[in-house]
Design a protein around this ligand. Sequence first.
Ligand code: FMN
Length: 186
Amino acid sequence: MRRNFGAKPLTYPQPVFIIATYDDDGTPNAMNAAWGGISEMTEISLCLSAGHKTVKNIQKRGAFTVSMAEAAYVAACDYVGIVSGNTVNDKFAKAGFHAVKSQFVDAPLIEELSVALECKLIDYNSDSCILRGEIVNVSVDERVLDTDGKVDAAKVAPVIFDPFNNEYLKVGEKVGDAFSEGKKLK
Ligand SMILES: Cc1cc2nc3c(=O)[nH]c(=O)nc-3n(C[C@H](O)[C@H](O)[C@H](O)COP(=O)(O)O)c2cc1C
């Protein structure tokens, strides 16, 4: 037997993207977004409500970064998802985040979060809420690289959003090699 949950936005896994932007006066801001994903080789699509400070900032600056939420910073990552920069101007600092300007786009990187996409705005549709960004660079803090220079997911400790239970879950153990496990069934 299967149980029906209806027409709802429920998938596993959902990302916990932390979108960072600069305000008019250079104040950094960040928000949490679960509805989004890669939509082309160098493109990310997000569903962002038009009223968010983040959207206004992106429209003005034409840029944003997308960091992956990490287990060690789960409170900060949640905080930026429940408080708006429209009302709390120093939300980024209150989260305990530190901004460093991207070398590639007019947006801040978050020092505390080790993996980030650096993006330029392609377009935004306020009716559908779909915002598309061009990924112009991916940067990773060296602290999460292994001795071969590869990203070590265990060091990043990214978290996912569980929309069934409104919980953040740490990404778990390796269960197989992508593009390879299925070969045994060919
Ligand atoms: C787990 C979680 C997921 C969220 N996902 C989205 C999302 O995909 N799109 C969106 O517009 N808002 C989403 N939000 C809400 C925004 O993060 C929130 O409204 C935030 O305060 C907006 O900040 P800003 O006004 O400073 O940009 C999410 C919040 C949480 C906690």
